[in-house]
Design a protein around this ligand. Structure first.
Ligand SMILES: [Zn+2]
Length: 424
């Protein structure tokens, strides 16, 4: 057990104004009581961290990064060892040492306030593919006719269980994709999700292994009863980052909050005995902060396997209410039709206020699915300018969000409505 965990136990159990350690001021007692969740989490988060190599036998070769030339120009030139190897329009491809991706992410966050704002590829071929315009999603008919089901399931979304999920996810030193605690958080999530498959043979959980880094993505599949080959994806990134390397990065908002919302949707659907007609895959993506690597590999695997993705809902930062309206949709590199459908779901079932904003290139995991021609959307916590100012720092904690998860509840309720109306 490391010092951070001991400190978390102290802060959680004593509820005392403990002295700040390494920039931390966690105070899980301000909102809902999550002491049991924190106790359970720290029993599990036992390692002191440290970086891990990629899978044994894999030589860590170069990665190929696509990003906007203007973004690259705003960064420290020392980050780039060579000139772009290819370019087209506003985008360029750069060769990178994979161990430098954290430094690139940190540079982008500092200079551009973008996270990550680039896409990393294992091969040059994939990177060159990204310079082309993505195929447009085929037109889909979106309908709302499941009101009774949606209204039955919505009350099963509960703030206290979202708080518990954020608490345990953010109790690790970090969930860095190359770090020991990033792996432990993934293993814990696999166990949490495996529990949902008890008595539900239609539910299975798998760890998606990535050859190039140690953290595994986690996929919970709820198999469809009548159209199992059609797939709805709901998820968000599991990893966290602060600076780069093995730094304290609780990532409570970015993005324990998105994983917690994803978990809450699974929980509500299971508790409500809901069985979708189409298959739903709930995914916690590894390595988003290093250039959408987890979601990029999964979307590529889905394409190769011929998976028919009917829609993808990406949850990345849901718990900090920085703007007037409740939910803001990312309008670029997403599906306008699906965004409109989500707006209708809000208007019909939830009554929240909503808006939209542009997020830029390589903004989050929706981009990995959008570039395959699948409808993808990201409902976000605020406008980009007004998002949580503590992200990518050791102070991205639940306490900094008031200790509760009232804002995340809105996203979980929206995701429940989306699941029921799209997977019917
Ligand atoms: Zn994020």
């Amino acid at each position: 057990m490391n010092k951070l965990n001991l400190f978390l136990i102290y802060a959680a159990l004593c509820g005392a104004a403990a002295p700040a350690a390494a920039g931390y001021a966690p105070d899980f007692d301000r909102g809902v009581d999550v002491r049991a969740a924190v106790r359970a989490a720290v029993e599990d988060a036992a390692s002191a961290g440290g970086l891990l190599p990629p899978a044994p036998g894999r030589a860590e070769g170069p990665v190929w990064v696509t990003m906007e030339k203007s973004a690259a120009a705003s960064l420290d030139g020392a980050l780039f060892k060579t000139a772009p190897v290819a370019q087209s329009g506003r985008l360029a491809v750069y060769e990178f040492d994979p161990t430098e991706l954290g430094r690139l992410a940190d540079g982008m966050h500092r200079a551009m306030r973008r996270a990550p704002g680039f896409i990393a590829h294992d091969t040059l071929e994939e990177a060159l593919e990204d310079l082309k315009a993505p195929p447009a999603p085929r037109a889909r008919a979106y309908t709302l006719d499941q009101a009774a089901r949606v209204k039955k399931l919505l009350p099963l979304v509960r703030e206290e269980s979202i708080v518990s999920s954020i608490a345990w996810l953010s109790s690790y030193k970090n969930r860095y994709y190359r770090g020991a605690t990033g792996v432990e958080a993934s293993k814990r999530l696999q166990r949490e999700w495996a529990a949902y498959s008890e008595g539900r043979p239609d539910i299975s959980v798998e760890a998606f292994k990535h050859a190039a880094f140690a953290q595994e993505s986690v996929i919970l599949t709820m198999r469809g009863t009548s159209e199992p080959d059609k797939v709805v994806v709901i998820g968000g990134h599991l990893d966290s980052i602060a600076g780069y390397g093995d730094n304290p990065a609780p990532g409570a908002d970015d993005n324990a909050s998105g994983v917690a919302v994803t978990n809450e949707v699974v929980k509500a659907l299971v508790e409500g005995g809901y069985r979708p007609a189409r298959t739903i895959k709930f995914i916690a993506f590894a390595a988003e902060e290093a250039g959408l690597r987890g979601s990029g590999e999964i979307a590529a695997a889905f394409q190769k396997q011929g998976v028919k993705v009917e829609g993808m809902l990406n949850l990345d930062m849901t718990n900090y209410k920085g703007s007037d309206r409740d939910i803001y949709f990312v309008s670029d590199n997403t599906s306008a039709d699906q965004n409109a459908f989500l707006g209708k779901l809000i208007d019909s079932y939830l009554g929240y206020t909503w808006g939209s904003f542009d997020c830029g290139y390589g903004c989050s995991d929706h981009a990995s699915f959008a570039k395959k021609g699948w409808p993808a959307s990201t409902p976000f916590e605020s406008t980009y300018e007004q998002c949580n100012p503590y992200i990518h720092k050791a102070v991205d904690t639940l306490a900094k969000m008031g200790g509760g998860a009232a804002h995340s509840v809105k996203f979980a309720r929206l995701a429940v409505a989306y699941a029921v109306e799209l997977a019917k």
